[in-house]
Design a protein around this ligand. Structure first.
Ligand code: 13P
Length: 268
């Protein structure tokens, strides 16, 4: 939609999938600070940085409209993302925002089932599944977050947790929609802790996710699904993680709040 001439996004030649690096700002930055950050990021990046990587920014809901206007008026090559939505289309749901409202702002990606929403706001796998349906019904793309806690990992339950989260979230989708879903593997022990997963951890998470999708929809759907890694990604750890087999990009929290740091991650 906002293509700059001569710079069409290219898929990763090794996988055929399009890389996606997303900045999840969480509950940070008012709309004035948000505008500054997006402008700084835009100036920090060169055309070549966009060649193989789609970049999405996920500001808080109050910042979406000003950031949408900024991106569109300056033809910036950023995709607009949201952090959450509710699954009903409208009604008496005080404080919630519907998928349709986000779609009207040209939001392209919606994060669904982030571990902070599951843990702090009690979102169940079933609610996550309904939100994914709602996002697709408005022609947007969900970024489904899955990941195990430190405890679950210690008990050897990683496999079981990831399978359950993926299975319930995608169970009502057609194969076509499932293949369009972006899945962020975010081990909870790595989020905001500085305990970044190794490339092997990230690869093995991506593999478990694709294995579950293969069982549900077959291998061609699984090989189309993009899997991001998230959890304490920094410019130092990014190159190795981005090289990890099966990883198609990042969902970055803290490090996406600084334009230069996020730009260095994108350049990885
Ligand atoms: P951090 O990058 O701050 O660890 O956060 C990761 C995350 O939760 C992104 O959604």
């Amino acid at each position: 939609m906002f293509e700059r001439k001569g710079y069409e996004l290219k898929p990763n030649p090794k996988t055929g999938r399009y890389r996606l690096i997303s900045g999840n700002w969480k509950m940070n930055l008012n709309h004035l600070e948000a505008i500054q950050l997006v402008q700084k990021l835009y100036f920090a990046l060169r055309d070549v940085d966009y060649a193989y990587t789609e970049i999405s920014v996920h500001p808080p809901a109050t910042d979406l409209r000003p950031i949408q206007l900024l991106i569109e008026s300056d033809k910036m090559r950023f995709s607009l993302g949201a952090q959450n939505c509710y699954y009903e289309t409208n009604g008496a749901y005080t404080g919630e925002v519907s998928a349709g409202m986000l779609a009207k702002l040209n939001v392209k990606y919606v994060i669904v089932g982030h571990s902070e929403r599951r843990r702090i706001f009690g979102e169940s796998d079933e609610m996550v599944a309904k939100k994914i349906q709602a996002v697709f019904s408005e022609a947007m793309t969900p970024i489904l977050c899955v990941g195990e806690t430190h405890d679950e990992r210690e008990k050897g339950l990683t496999d079981e947790v990831l399978s359950r989260q993926v299975r319930i979230a995608l169970q009502d989708l057609t194969g076509e929609l499932a293949s369009k879903t972006v899945i962020a593997y975010e081990p909870i022990w790595a989020i905001g802790t500085g305990n970044v997963a190794t490339a092997e951890d990230a690869s093995s998470g991506a593999q478990l996710i694709r294995q579950e999708i293969t069982e549900m929809f077959g291998s061609s759907v699984a090989s189309g699904v993009r899997v991001q890694y998230g959890g304490s990604v920094t410019p130092v750890t990014a190159p190795e993680l981005l090289d990890a087999e099966g990883v198609d990009g990042f969902l970055v929290g803290g490090a996406s709040l600084d334009a230069e740091t996020f730009a260095r991650i994108i350049r990885a």
